[in-house]
Every structure is written in structure tokens, then in C-alpha cells.
Design a protein around this ligand. Structure first.
Ligand SMILES: [Zn+2]
Length: 319
């Protein structure tokens, strides 16, 4: 069968083309209901990763319309999300290994069921390894930071502190369970953490801004002795003047829980979709922009330029 699919034909330029699909015996054929726009794919869009022409889109949600002969556990009509085999989610239809999929509970809108980024959040949370009574800090209240806050809110922390320069994002963080919010534009964030934690400082800090300069603030927010510095972001360049002195003073543990850190991405996906299905992860207030497949160029321009109020965009092919 044929499907429409978005292709990057040169850096900064996308086009919707027709392509043929073939389903393997271990695969599901999905009608794509939604696919999230991810800042990581700006690397492709801006010409740093891969070679055009290439398809994009890895945060898919789809309805099963056919299944290969070796597939068990899925039925036609199931709504699933999961880990892509290829970047091809910006399409009307796609195929994917059934072993990389999890079922979405009825009642959750497809555009709010993006399993792949939630899987990444689960890997981050497992890296942060929160313990009862910890002081936890999340720097950067973008989608990933907010999802981390939603999940950490149920973890019996002494305080869950969100740090961001955007007051609107801090309001969302507080709504999702942050016990304190700190705006570094309004005052010294490290001193604010000292006051909130009564001098103990943070047991773990999740850095999610992608700004390498912020890593030193994260180090300074940690307690002395095995405080966990959790690097959630993708960084575009090396960090200048990394505070190795502060790292030694505090015996910091640095954890980089990106996909390669996960012992099993399928298992982290399973955990993520369980938490989505039971209402721990809530995307409705975080998905801010929707685009049809025909608006794919506009969608990537918004991802790059971040218009006011932009948090997370999704493509709904037939919007
Ligand atoms: Zn992603």
C-alpha cells in the first residue's frame, strides 16, 4: 500500500511525498493518529544529523489497521504508542515492530499519548533514583521537565523544586506538583535552594535546559557527598569551564540517562505507558500546538522558532 510521508529534502525544507509500505511478519501496520515534534530532530532539520532526503518523526501514536502473522497480543483497532524502528512517524501510515509497542488506555486522546518522550523521562527518573525524603530539583520546566515533575510529585520528596526563568512554566510546574518554584532571573537560585532545603542542598538535580552554563548551577545546588547530577538534556557543544572543583568538593555523581543508559528501552516504555494510562503523565496542558501533515514545514519552523506559548507540538496527519 501507499502512504503520504513527510521528507526532509534539504536542510530546512520538508515536503510530503507518496511512498510504498511493506509490513513484515513481526510488525503492525498503524494508521498514524499523532506524532510529536521533538527538539532532537532539529539536528536533522538543520543538517547536523543524517542526509536528505530522509523521513522524520519518532514520537508516534497509531491505530492498528493490520498485523503480521507472527504478532500476538495486539488486535485491529488497538491504539498503541512506542519506539520507532525508523524516523517515519510524520505519515498517514507506518509499520513498526509489535515488540516496540504498548497499548494506550481508552479515553486518552492520541495526541496526549506520546510514549517515546515519556520513555525517555522514565529513563531519567530511574537515573535520578529518588529516595524518600530527598530534596529534588528540576532545572528547566519544558515538556521533559514538567513530565518529570508530574511523576516525581508522588515520590514522598521533602521538596520538589522547579527552576526556570519563565514564570508561566513555573506556574505549570506548581500545578503539576512542584512544592517550590525558583526563578533565577529574579534572584540567586543557589541561595534559594539553600533556604528551601535549610542548608542541606539537593539530593538530586535534573538538568533539562540544554544550556551547558547551567550545569555549574546544578553542581552548586547539590549536597556534599554523592548528590546526583542528572543530565537530561541533549547538549550541542562541550561545556566551557565546567566546575570540576565543585564536583570534587561535593563528590558529585554524574548520571547521563539517555537511551543508551537504559537497560531495556522496551521496559522503560512499558513503565512509561503504565504511568500514562494511570494518569501520572498528563499531556493535555503541555501539548500546545497541533499541525496537519500538510503543515509539516510550519510545524518545524515553530519547533525551531518557538512562538510565544509554545511548549510541545504534535502532527495530527488528518487534522
Ligand atoms: Zn523525542
Amino acid at each position: 500500500m501507499f502512504t503520504r510521508r513527510a521528507y526532509l529534502i534539504e536542510p530546512g525544507k520538508l515536503e510530503v511525498r507518496e511512498t510504498e509500505l511493506r509490513m513484515q511478519p513481526n510488525e503492525l501496520l498503524l494508521e498514524v493518529l499523532a506524532c510529536g515534534l521533538c527538539t532532537w530532530e532539529l539536528n536533522h532539520y538543520q543538517g547536523r544529523i543524517g542526509e536528505a532526503p530522509m523521513s522524520l518523526g519518532h514520537e508516534f501514536v497509531g491505530r492498528v489497521v493490520d498485523k503480521g502473522g507472527h504478532v500476538a497480543g495486539f488486535e485491529i483497532g488497538d491504539v498503541v504508542t512506542g519506539l520507532p524502528g525508523a524516523l517515519d512517524g510524520f505519515s498517514d501510515y507506518m509499520t513498526v515492530a509489535a515488540s516496540n509497542c504498548e497499548k494506550v488506555a481508552p479515553g486518552i486522546k492520541p495526541e496526549h499519548a506520546l510514549g517515546e518522550p515519556l520513555k525517555c523521562v522514565v529513563t531519567v527518573l530511574r537515573g535520578a533514583a529518588p529516595e524518600a525524603g530527598d530534596y529534588g530539583v528540576v532545572i528547566g520546566a519544558g515538556p521533559m521537565g514538567l513530565w518529570a515533575i508530574q511523576a516525581l510529585a508522588g515520590n514522598s520528596l521533602s521538596a520538589l523544586i522547579a527552576v526556570d526563568v519563565d514564570e508561566e512554566k513555573l506556574k505549570l510546574a506548581a500545578n503539576y506538583g512542584a512544592t517550590h518554584t525558583v526563578n533565577p532571573a529574579a534572584g540567586n537560585a543557589i541561595e534559594a535552594i539553600r533556604a528551601i532545603t535549610r542548608g542541606h542542598m539537593a539530593d538530586f538535580v535534573i538538568e533539562g535546559t540544554g544550556n551547558t552554563k547551567v550545569i555549574n548551577d546544578g553542581i552548586a545546588m547539590l549536597k556534599a557527598g554523592r548528590g546526583r547530577l542528572v543530565l537530561m538534556s541533549s547538549y550541542k557543544s562541550a561545556a566551557d569551564n565546567l566546575d570540576v572543583v565543585g564536583m570534587v568538593e561535593r563528590s558529585v555523581e554524574i548520571r547521563v540517562p539517555h537511551p543508551g543508559y537504559s537497560l531495556s528501552e522496551q521496559d522503560d516504555l512499558r513503565r512509561a505507558v503504565q504511568l500514562l494510562n494511570k494518569g501520572v503523565f498528563r499531556l493535555e496542558g503541555i501539548v500546545s500546538h497541533q499541525y496537519s501533515l500538510n503543515q509539516i514545514q510550519q510545524a518545524f519552523e515553530a519547533l525551531e522558532k518557538r512562538p510565544a506559548g509554545y511548549l510541545k507540538g504534535v502532527v495530527i496527519p488528518k487534522l
